[in-house]
Ligand binder design. Sequence first.
Ligand SMILES: Nc1nc2c(c(=O)[nH]1)N[C@H]1C(S)=C(S)[C@@H](COP(=O)(O)O)O[C@H]1N2
Ligand SMILES: [Mo]
Length: 407
Amino acid sequence: MNTRRSFLKKSFLGSQALVWGVPVVYGSVVPEKYPFVGKWLADPEMLPGKNAGLKVLGERPWNIETPPHLLDDKVTPADKMFVRNNGLMPEAIDVANWSLTINGEAAKTTKSYSIAELKSKFKTYTYQLTIECGGNGRAEFNPPAKGNQWEVGAVSCAKWTGVRLKDILMDVGIKDDAVYIGYYGKDVHLSNDPEKVVISRGVPISKALEDETLVAWAMNGEDIPLANGHPLRLVVGGWPGSTSGKWLSAISVRNVVHDGEKMGGDSYRVPCEAVAPGEVVPDENMCIIEGMPVKSIITYPKTGAMIKAGQTLPVRGHAWVGDKSVKEVHVSSDFGATWQAASLERPANRQAWQHFSAELKLPATGYYEIWAKAKDSDGKSQPMVVPGWNPKGYLNNACHRIAVKVR
Ligand SMILES: Nc1nc2c(c(=O)[nH]1)N[C@H]1C(S)=C(S)[C@@H](COP(=O)(O)O)O[C@H]1N2
Ligand SMILES: [Mo]
């Protein structure tokens, strides 16, 4: 880990000898400030353990999305998990001395726990939990919304192991006026100013007390990857990813709606009532995003696949929805004129995505689009078109479409 980290550091400093984290083979030939053509195209493997096929949207801070065909696993492996950082990852993490402090005006007392204490004091649970960035799908909004231009791959569903936040909060004791929790993490502000908080979001106390809301130290049975929050993170399944605080060091129990960094303004908030695209929305008409809307992705085949004529095409993917469950998934190969029911599996547990699969008959050679559409347990479907424009481009749950060619 240490060598990887000093290696990372060199490339962050923009050393002319390294591009994409590797030496420039003929580097001695070029002048000192030579602007390397490939400079801006970071290599996802510069982050320890990440897959070379991921798409880097930015490297300061790191923002990396997973192309849908790399999300084909039922349980997202560490190397294929997207990364959404708002600041710089903490360095020199000392797991033995890491602590989680519970405080806040609605906590009966202030208490700190080491990771070893969390493990020994409370019962351990493992849940598979969907984490989707609130801005997943932002790239499709028009007028465009500022921010990382996520396509469909800012979503993951790994197996998280830890203790229930509820058990910790019960051990500390919460007052009757507790309405919200807010997290704090150990990442560093882009300005390097230690006084500045990168992000400090939270959820209502009712969500914090759900069985599946975890303080986790492991993912898929191993240490959490550094970029995904090692050594401790909050995991709030089904809500915007921004509520799942990484590098977790404190949780405040609040008697007001948490007012931490990125809880107000346009951050993770959308117009309470629909607005015209591009409209300026007054602050008091903005509402905090809660459970994520129903959505699905096609993870097989890969868009652009060439298929031999006369075969049926297996199609598969996942569907998910914030606090409900997915009831149905349908697929279409004729631009939505007809829809075929996919077979849909039950989730591993609440707030885990559900796998779907179907066999499609594609009658002639030529170009096809495969569309998928999920419906939740309240009867709400994904829209065919990009829904509800909002200033920061959140909550695009439009149907995923891929293209294939039969020849
Ligand atoms: N401390 C901290 N926690 C954080 C963030 C961050 O920048 N710092 N980003 C949030 C956002 S916006 C998302 S979508 C998820 C992404 O989780 P991942 O990077 O593990 O995929 O982490 C959330 N937790
Ligand atoms: Mo996010």
